[in-house]
Ligand binder design. Sequence first.
Ligand SMILES: [Zn+2]
Length: 216
Amino acid sequence: MTIRHHPGDEFLLAHASGAGSETVSLIVGTHLALCPPCRVKVASMEQMGGALLAGIAPAEMSASALSSAMAKLDDIAADKPAQSSDPLPPVIAPEPLRSYIHGDIDRVRWIPIGPGVSYRPLLKRRDARVQLIRTAPGAGVGTHTHRGEELTLVLTGGFTDVTGSYRRGDLQTTTPEIVHRPVTDADGYCVTLAMTDAPLKFMSPIVGVLGKLFGF
Ligand SMILES: [Zn+2]
């Protein structure tokens, strides 16, 4: 598995500092479980953050700050066997996603929303929603653009749109300028973990009505 599409550094930094929202953390954290290079990057961001904190701590605090920084370094070292390609090959949904669906993808009760497309809402915080979307080979969710940001992480299978091809572990980040029609690759079902922070704008009025109904 070669992951070609990664979260931007701003997402990794927010994750490393614990400043990310729950919705974004669910997606970025699940990407990290699948992506050794991003885990190494986040580990070094945490390391830099720890060093910074240790540097600015008052003298009487520095011993404990140092020991916690050292403990963190140990954790990072323990985590580094990142080198092994895919840590959990048979698991489609690694943590943190796994906890949200109480198991793997086979536990999900899908809600059909159109030909070859079903979904399962997972999380809603203010205007941000995270859902699993399952599409049959050749199916798609319709041409749409965005009012806000959309993050889509491929868990199994793959899809292609004007911006490229996305397979397991790839994370697509789209913004309001992008109009796209993701179509599932021909080699099997595609399951994605998708987050929107505002409802999508569908180009077709009928799909738009369906989208509103199902909270896309
Ligand atoms: Zn990555």
